[in-house]
Design a protein around this ligand. Structure first.
Ligand code: ARG
Length: 659
């Protein structure tokens, strides 16, 4: 049962008649959970805009609406306050009956949606052969939790890991393999060696790019310095406006000069770092054309060159295995993992199709799609014949529509690709997917404590496995310290501690990510994410374990408890508050899918855990005044535990009975 939806339902018709049958969704959206319990459980604020629209006093409008509404069975009180707020208090009996239903419902009171849709979720999608890093966590866990939530609500979901298995990184690795491989290291650990080769080639390419830019960058500085000098010599005209303009131009020119100098400094750093390293420098000097050569290797791979195809076929399964290890640890599963290479054969057809429709046209030898809203076109084929990321994405949409006839496609990809997706959606809607809704579920960067993108000391983005290992190691410390300090002495043996550390460590990483508004950057901190207090997975898991420990202490037979049909009674206000929060689970899930924000669920779970804690402080359970109250409270505890565990499961996080 979704109380908010039910209330909106009831108000819907009356509001329609009041507003002359116009669209009332915006008015319904003004019915919300009350911020302050003193004002009831829900509050409706639509009387103000409606009053304005009707030319009546909002309080009168509110009163008229209430007169025309049947709410008695749900609300014990509907009160008009202030300028025209409607404060709604839900009936005690109604809450009890709903909570009793939820207690025997495997779906803990959440029904499936009407009008289920087919969603394709494109998430994780790393470029294989480059080591996975902390940035990939975000796409992976956000996508995974959205997939789980949409499925639970009854939608059909196809989880697609759109692996980058065909891009320029393969040309780089192939070039590296042909020229620099350490055969012994490769035999020992293939992916590690491939990833070393990738980094090496990347560095050498960077070196030459930087080196070749030094001169032109110096020219740019000279030009900009000249401009600054010229502007400095301009005499003031005495005209205020004109002089202000001059001053602005000068300050802009100085900024640009500063920027150009910074760029030069960073180019020089890149160059120096290689040249100071004798071995690296000698490699660099032997491969001055490495950038072009690596591109050529990619082109040859795409054209079907036998050697390169063989190498690719040898590398790919190993890279996939490597990534799979991370997914297994994190319990991430996909329905399909075609990857970019799967669409390769479709690319000429995409370009043809778009040309025939007149959407694509030639510009400077390349095939481009010009879009009104954008300064630059979408390029779908370069002048040398190569296809691009966008071309593959268009082919992918074509395939997905044919295969699954999707209603919506969600791309969980970091914010830097937002322009790519805006263009992609515009083209796809104009071409092969006119009706499908496409969303870029964008997210921010993971930062270190100084506010820079999270990196290891060597400057590489932190490898994902190392990060998980560290989280589990820290979790083991937390678990062990907690156990050692128990009043009656430690309760957990080593394998149990290890298992709990695993659940907590991985849960902490996922939850930290999911609990932040996805569009913001967030600071990665092991200590914060594993704190036993606050909005953390650890706190949620601890709340769950607390329920289980009550059962252990009281020797409660859980299946018997669940089977007994004694009602939950809500005598104490903390019981009522907790029950009310349990019933709001379905609202929380609706909020998650409304704008694809898992933090709506973490916020909810945090509120639920807080209400549980306050219930637990105020209402004795095992020492309740009588057996009826005790049974009722035990059932309320059980239901709370189930909702917490269920909510966490939708975030891809496990629980343990004991911590
Ligand atoms: N492989 C890409 C990257 O790592 C992300 C792919 C996202 N999905 C897509 N259909 N473009 O940047």
């Amino acid at each position: 049962m979704n109380i908010l939806a039910e209330l909106k339902n009831r108000f819907h018709e009356v509001l329609m008649s009041f507003s002359g049958n116009t669209e009332v969704q915006h008015l319904l959206d003004m019915i919300k959970p009350a911020q302050d319990a003193r004002f009831g459980d829900y509050q409706a604020n639509f009387a103000m805009p409606l009053g304005k629209q009707m030319g009546k006093a909002p309080r009168d409008v509110a009163a008229e609406i209430l007169e025309n509404l049947q709410l008695d069975d749900i609300c014990s009180q509907a009160e008009i306050a202030g300028p025209g707020f409607i404060n709604l208090t839900i009936c005690q009996d109604w809450i009890s009956s709903q909570v009793n239903e939820a207690a025997v419902d495997p779906r803990v009171g959440v029904s499936t949606v009407e009008g289920a849709q087919t969603y394709i979720l494109d998430y994780s999608s790393p470029n294989v052969a480059k080591p996975m890093h902390v940035g990939h966590i975000r796409s992976t866990v956000i996508g995974d939790s959205l997939a789980r939530t949409l499925r639970f609500l009854g939608h059909q979901v196809i989880a697609d890991n759109h692996l980058g298995d065909w891009g320029t990184q393969f040309g780089m690795i192939i070039y590296g393999f042909k020229n620099f491989v350490d055969q012994a290291a490769y035999e020992q650990h293939e992916v590690q060696e491939l990833s070393r080769l990738y980094r090496l080639v990347n560095r050498l390419i960077d070196y030459w790019k930087s080196k070749n830019r030094l001169m032109s960058q110096q020219d740019e500085i000279d030009r900009r310095a000249g401009e600054v000098e010229r502007l400095e010599q301009v005499e003031p005209t005495g005209d205020k406006k004109e002089d202000k303009k001059q001053a602005k131009a000068l300050s802009r020119a100085k900024d640009q000069l500063g920027q150009a100098r910074k760029t030069l400094a960073s180019l020089m750093d890149t160059v120096a770092a290689v040249e100071e390293d004798e071995q690296l420098n000698s490699l660099a000097q032997q491969h001055p054309d490495i950038a072009r050569s690596a591109l050529l290797e990619t082109a040859q791979l795409h054209e079907g060159d036998e050697t390169n195809r063989k190498l690719w076929e040898e590398f790919l399964p190993k890279c996939r295995e490597d990534i799979q290890r991370v997914y297994s640890r994190l319990h991430i599963e996909f329905d399909v993992e075609y990857g970019e290479s799967f669409y390769h054969e479709m690319l000429p057809g995409v370009v043809d199709g778009l040309q025939q429709l007149g959407l694509a046209s030639e510009s400077e030898g390349a095939q481009c799609i010009f879009l009104d809203e954008f300064d630059t076109p979408m390029i779908i084929q370069k002048s040398d014949g190569a296809y691009l990321y966008a071309t593959t994405d268009l082919a992918t949409i074509e395939y997905r529509m044919k295969q699954w006839n999707a209603d919506e496609i969600l791309y969980v990809v970091d914010h830097r690709q937002s322009e790519h997706f805006q263009k992609l959606f515009a083209v796809a809607n104009a071409w092969n997917a006119p009706d499908v809704k496409m969303h870029h579920i964008s997210f921010g960067t993971v930062l270190d404590e100084t506010g820079r993108p999270y990196k290891t000391r060597s400057g590489d983005a932190v490898g994902l496995e190392g990060l998980l290992d560290e989280a589990v190691r820290k979790a083991l410390e937390v678990v062990s310290a907690n156990d050692d300090n128990k009043p009656g002495g430690p309760e957990l043996d080593d394998p149990t501690r290890q298992h709990i550390a695993d659940v907590i460590g991985h849960g902490a990483i996922k939850y930290a990510d999911l609990s932040h508004n996805r569009t913001s950057d967030y600071v990665f901190s092991y200590d914060k994410m594993m704190a036993l207090e606050g909005n953390t997975a650890t706190y949620m898991q601890y709340s769950y374990a607390r329920v289980q420990s009550i059962f252990r202490k009281g020797d409660v037979d859980i299946s018997a408890l669940r089977a007994n049909d004694q009602d939950i009674v809500l005598g104490h206000k903390a019981e009522r508050a907790l029950a009310m929060m349990i019933l709001r689970y379905s609202e929380a899930l609706e909020n998650v899918v409304d704008d694809y924000r898992p933090n709506q669920l973490t916020n909810y779970l945090f509120d639920l855990a807080k209400r549980f804690s306050s219930f637990f402080e105020q209402c004795p359970v095992l020492k309740a005044e009588d057996e009826l109250v005790k049974q009722s409270r035990l059932r309320l505890c059980d239901l709370t535990g189930r909702v917490i565990a269920h909510g966490l499961s939708l975030l891809g996080i496990r629980v343990v009975d004991q911590m």
